[in-house]
Design a protein. Structure first.
Lengths: 163, 504
């Protein structure tokens, strides 16, 4: 089964779950007599989603487009040509950044993130990379904190002065 | 009216106000380039500054300058790194980014600057002439018509996804609408589908979704297919100039979209986002067959249409604000707040009570547009050079801007995890050839669509408004036709093909 059909199947399951949640939505007492309920629209959407994903599932495979590539069908061979390992590492780096942003502070986490992902992508001039990361992080922090007045905790927890 | 224009001219050309326009445009452009900070947040941030100025016309001029600058800056990041920071510039990335990938970033930015300038200027003239008249048209639109108008917009988007992909595009639209239902429910604002998570109570944030759908898959794609990025970051900035034939091609587009964008902007609730999407869809549908195939692959028309439409709509959205005191968009709502804080009550009496404010704002719109053009055209080669950055620096910084854009708005690390999750999902969807723009558009319009639907249902105590109001009915039929037409055409083409095959 091509990838797009798998995804359509996933959408179908999702629509059914969403539909279940929409049809069993706990209404507040004063909402019951209204013409329009908080779950009216979700019910419409759940039905629409289920119908559409079924349509995609039963549709004939699409004809090849002008490039000759068959749309929506990724084979194992295609996947082998992709650098999935690197992408997975990058995604993990982003998750790590999300988790470390608070405890490490904006500047620390950002420099770490940019240097880390830069090295991951094959940059070898570590010092230049660190310099660029520090400059970039500092500039953005200055702009956001100084000019816009949005507070981002800049420093790691152990360097922070207690307010 | 002449008297008013003269009052406006003398107010707008004071040294202080010229400085305000210049400063506003500069600040708006630079901050607007950071994905994640749209005009709404920038204006909200600038309000204390504006109030400190004290003079209402100067303050409003500054804020209007920021508004234009932000819209223009937003299109820069859409074109260069496919990271639309503002909903109104999502459509810009459809054709702007492919152009940048083909090494025509400079040209794309130039077209964007010129289209924005024309859209802004033409609509400012329209604003001057039609402001009083158009406000009454806008009032004739009820929630039922708004609902129908959005249905038309959504089906137009799905219809232009290309043959064979209409169902997929519709599916993505429905998913976008579904994502929009997470958070607070329509009318009653009780938490809904939040799965008990506090962080989802305010729903998914637009910025997070935009970043996850456009910028993140783009960056991941650069990593996954390293060979393909030669085009994107080749750094070659060729043909900055627009050729004569291109100018002739985009001139009617700009003219049409300036007027259409303005008209859409006038309607409260529509605004720059709908204007740009509808502008894109309309231009694609009326383009000749061979040019139609170019849309989405770097068509100059496809870039000029949303750019002129969104700037025209920005101006148009001032009509209901200045003449009725009804803000047509989130941004003008914030402006309304600023005006009231400055002791100016926008509404029908504004033109008679304080004409200098009304006219100074309109005149400063021209000045703002000219300043933007002067400011941006010489800067374009430098801005476009961003793409020459080596990928070992470019990708980390794109990812960083993506993440921080989502973080600034919410100050919430959970947002980043949602962003990464949705981004990975979007990358998979891209591989399976599901079009992503309809998802985001569905999400943006979802809230408004449900609210207007709810209001219409409550007013008529049922769905009878769909056939009782002629305007609604006509719009809904148009929406259905837009979806069915390509499907029917494809089916007929296939039937013809099969017929000939059997005949052999």
């Amino acid at each position: 089964m091509p990838l797009d059909k798998w995804i359509a199947a996933l959408f179908l399951v999702g629509s059914v779950i969403y539909g279940y949640a929409a049809f069993t939505y706990p209404l507040l007492p004063f909402e019951r007599n209204m013409a329009f309920l908080p779950n009216t629209w979700p019910q419409v959407l759940a039905v629409l989603g289920a119908v559409l994903s079924l349509l995609i599932l039963i549709a004939r495979p699409e004809p090849a487009d002008e490039e000759g590539r068959v749309l929506g069908r990724i084979t194992r061979a295609d996947l082998a040509g992709l650098k999935i390992g690197q992408a997975v590492l990058l995604v993990s780096a982003m998750i790590a950044y999300a988790l470390l942003l608070r405890p490490f502070g904006f500047l620390g986490a950002t420099v770490l993130f940019i240097v880390g992902t830069g090295l991951l992508l094959g940059e070898r001039r570590v010092l230049v990379l660190i310099l660029v990361a520090v400059l970039g992080a500092g500039l953005v922090w200055g702009l956001v904190d100084g000019l816009l007045g949005i507070f981002l905790r800049p420093l790691p927890w152990f360097l922070e002065s207690t307010p | 009216m002449i008297e008013g224009i003269l009052v406006g001219l003398s107010a707008a050309f004071s040294f202080q106000n010229l400085l305000m326009v210049l400063g506003g445009c500069l600040i708006g452009t630079f901050i607007g380039m950071l994905p994640g900070l749209g005009p709404m947040s920038i204006i909200a941030i600038m309000i204390p500054v504006a109030i400190k100025i004290g003079d209402p016309s100067a303050a409003l001029i500054l804020l209007a300058g920021v508004y234009y600058g932000a819209i223009f800056g937003g299109s820069t990041s859409s074109i260069l790194i496919n990271a639309p920071g503002v909903a109104g510039t999502v459509a810009t990335s459809f054709d702007g980014f492919p152009m940048a990938q083909q090494g025509k970033a400079g040209k794309a930015l130039t077209i964007a600057a010129i289209a924005s300038f024309c859209g802004g200027t033409i609509s400012a003239i329209l604003l001057m002439i039609f402001a009083p008249m158009l406000s009454s048209v806008a009032l004739a639109f009820h929630s039922a018509e708004y609902f129908a108008l959005m249905v038309v917009g959504l089906s137009a988007i799905a219809a232009f996804a290309g043959t064979g992909k209409v169902v997929k595009a519709l599916m993505m639209t429905v998913i976008g609408l579904t994502l929009a239902t997470v958070g607070e429910s329509a009318l009653f604002n009780a938490p809904r589908f939040t799965m008990g998570l506090m962080d989802l109570q305010s729903g998914f944030s637009f910025i997070t979704l935009a970043m996850a759908l456009f910028a993140l898959p783009e960056a991941l794609n650069l990593v996954l297919r390293p060979k393909k990025d030669g085009g994107a970051s080749g750094g070659e900035i060729k043909d900055l100039r627009i050729t004569g034939s291109e100018a002739r091609a985009i001139a009617p587009v700009i003219g049409r979209q300036s007027v259409q964008g303005f008209l859409i902007g006038v309607m409260p609730g529509a605004g720059a986002t709908i204007a740009s999407f509808l502008g894109y869809a309309v231009e694609r549908n009326i383009a000749p067959k061979d040019e139609q195939a170019q849309f989405g692959k770097g068509s100059v028309k496809g870039l000029a249409a949303p750019e002129s439409a969104n700037n025209a709509a920005c101006t148009g959205s001032f009509v209901p604000l200045l003449t009725l005191g009804i803000p047509g968009s989130g941004t003008t709502a914030i402006l309304l707040g600023a005006l009231i804080a400055l002791n100016v009550q926008p509404g029908p009496r504004l033109m008679t009570d304080s004409p200098e404010v009304f006219w100074a704002v309109i005149i400063s719109m021209y000045i703002g547009n000219i300043v933007l053009l002067i400011l941006n055209l010489p800067l374009i080669p430098y801005i476009a050079r961003l793409l020459a950055v080596p990928r070992t620096y470019l990708i980390p910084f794109i990812l960083f801007f993506t993440l921080i854009g989502a973080y600034i708005g919410q100050n919430n690390a959970t947002e980043l995890l949602i962003l990464v999750g949705l981004g990975v999902f979007a990358t998979v969807l891209r591989f399976a050839d599901y079009p992503l723009p309809p998802l985001l558009i569905g999400f943006i319009l979802g809230g408004m669509l449900e609210d207007n639907f709810a209001r219409a249902v409550n007013l008529t105590d049922g769905v009878s408004f769909m056939w009782e109001r002629p305007m609604t009915l006509a719009l809904l039929i148009l929406g259905v036709a837009l979806i069915l037409l390509p499907a029917w055409r494809a089916r007929r083409a296939r039937a013809l093909q099969q017929g000939t095959a059997q005949g052999d």
